[in-house]
Design a protein around this ligand. Structure first.
Ligand SMILES: O=C(O)CCC(=O)C(=O)O
Length: 291
């Protein structure tokens, strides 16, 4: 039976997210954590087009780290890393993804989020569609899998149920002392928004809509808070930004016609969206990267 029962699908449609408990097994989680460490330690070179982001506090020398892994905030675009790619390509995940956006899908974005001890690491409340040039939004879904117990104390995800029914909002830079690059917050959405904290066990996976307002808190523990994540879009989606950076990321088809190959269109010719309407003008979207 597909783990996305009718009940979970209804919850996703109503609230903009749903959680599948223990979707992925401990050995798989270990494999991805090991790879993260190997890349952070420099034992394995970052794959082509992969971005390894240092935490802003480490980069500014505001905190001393005890290991190379403590310096890394995020790995992005791991499509060309065979170990991490095994997450995106996992049938257990893809069977769920199909329930939300159909049988023919490509990866829009891939990420490993590392929240080490002693750094701020907060992610303000935001909407992921901000970063994505494809539409319609309803044909995009995020997956986020806990690699260890994720709690309020170590900075679990926080979501605003039902917010996926709204519009994509303009975002702004946060007025915080330490904010990682491109961690923008949705304008006018404060800490008083009706939030739910998603505490999760290793292998639990949340699926969420790209307009859902979400973020995460500080890691107040002395351990790591790691998660692996991907965004998938239906191959029916069109490129809808008015920029020419069409191959901004290594988009790859994972299921359906053309699986294994790169995404190749279509690009909308009319009604294009200007990403700068949504992001702070002093930090425009850089073609190729969102860091
Ligand atoms: O894992 C986190 O702390 C937040 C991730 C997130 O919201 C994002 O990258 O869009």
């Amino acid at each position: 039976m597909n783990p996305i029962t009718d009940e979970l699908l209804e919850q996703y449609q109503r609230d903009g997210y749903c959680v599948v408990r223990e979707l992925l097994d401990p050995a798989s989680l270990e494999r991805w954590k090991t790879r993260l460490s190997a890349i952070a330690d420099g034992e394995v070179a970052p794959a082509e087009r992969m971005l390894v982001m240092k935490d802003v506090m480490v980069a500014r020398g505001a905190v001393e780290v005890g290991s190379k892994l403590e310096a890394v905030a995020k790995i992005q675009d791991y499509e060309n890393d065979p170990e991490l790619w095994s997450y995106v390509d996992d049938d257990r995940l893809l069977d769920c993804v199909e329930r939300f956006i159909g049988k023919s899908v490509f990866t829009l974005h891939t990420m490993l989020i590392n929240k080490p001890p002693n750094v701020d690491g907060r992610h303000p409340l935001h909407q992921d569609l901000l970063y994505f040039p494809f539409r319609p939004a309803d044909r995009i879904v995020a997956t986020w899998t806990a690699l260890e117990p994720v709690t309020r104390e170590n900075g679990c995800l926080v979501v605003v149920p039902g917010s996926h029914e709204g519009e994509l909002l303009p975002h702004e830079n946060m007025d915080w002392e330490h904010v990682n690059a491109a961690y923008w917050g949705a304008k006018g959405v404060g800490g008083d928004a009706p939030r739910v904290h998603l505490e999760m066990e290793p292998g639990d996976t949340v699926f969420f809509h790209p307009i859902l307002i979400h973020g995460s808190g500080r890691n107040r523990t002395q351990g790591f808070r790691r998660a692996i994540s991907a965004h998938y879009a239906s191959t029916d989606c069109v490129w809808a930004w008015n920029t020419d950076a069409v191959l901004q990321r290594p988009y790859k088809v994972v299921r359906g016609e053309g699986a294994g190959g790169p995404w190749s269109g279509p690009v909308a010719s009319e009604g294009r969206i200007n990403p700068l309407d949504y992001v702070p003008v002093d930090r425009p979207v850089a073609p190729g990267r969102s860091d």
